[in-house]
Design a protein around this ligand. Sequence first.
Ligand code: ADP
Ligand code: MG
Length: 271
Amino acid sequence: MLELDQARAQLETLRMPFAAEVLESRLQQATDKQSTYVAFLIDLLGEELAQRLKRTIQTKIRMARLPYQKTLAEFDFAFQPSVDKKMIDELATMNFVRQAANVILLGPPGVGKSHLALALALEALLKGIAVYFTTVTQLVEELRRAHHANRLDAKMRQYLRPRILVVDEVGYLPMDALAANLFFQLVSTRYERGSMILTSNKSFGDWGEMFGDSVLASAILDRLLHHSHILNIRGQSYRLKDKMRAGVYGVPPDKPAAASDRVSAKENAHA
Ligand code: ADP
Ligand code: MG
């Protein structure tokens, strides 16, 4: 027992707390299985390494500021047939990051844009790729504050650092001239240097109005789209799917009948 305590204390001194914690149980297992000394050592060190990796990833997820965790496994591709699973699988390989290409997810509210952006971000983090998540509103506010404090360069460098910058909800609010200009500077700074994953409920044709300047919008799109993968998600909101089924909402335009017999019956009555 004294020896066991000593070994545990040594592991703690060496800053191997996870190995220290499981030392006794793993030793017992090794004795029961009549493991070799080296097999026991591999088992114990493996536990320490696995736990450390898990902790490192958790820290990176915190630093990435993901608002919540979503996975690709949780995404129901059958519900959203306009999302090409093969394309998502290809994006999950993170080849696009090596090419500093962008991913742009377009579509109406609730179709899974943020879900997919977050899930790809998580895949990246698990592969050791640095990510930072922000909404366009937060981003523009940060840049605006930095601009007024005369430290825009430093702020831009900060946004250049992560290999993937996720910018969620582009287009929910219109931008004033300064905001649009700051967003343009950000996109220019990252162009061909780092990937961005953008989500927007506005089609590209509406970006001129969103930025209040069609020339600036073209310049932004020119850089964003040069190396990019675009997912145009059509279809119905996942948030409303249960309500649709219950007939609370009308049949979505591209989903005739079946989705709600009650509503289609009503439509027939009108016809
Ligand atoms: P958007 O960003 O396009 O407005 P979200 O990604 O926030 O939509 O999706 C809304 C909610 O529905 C989230 O909780 C998300 O996880 C879920 N969701 C959306 N599409 C799917 C899907 N195809 N499979 C599983 N969950 C989905
Ligand atoms: Mg969203």
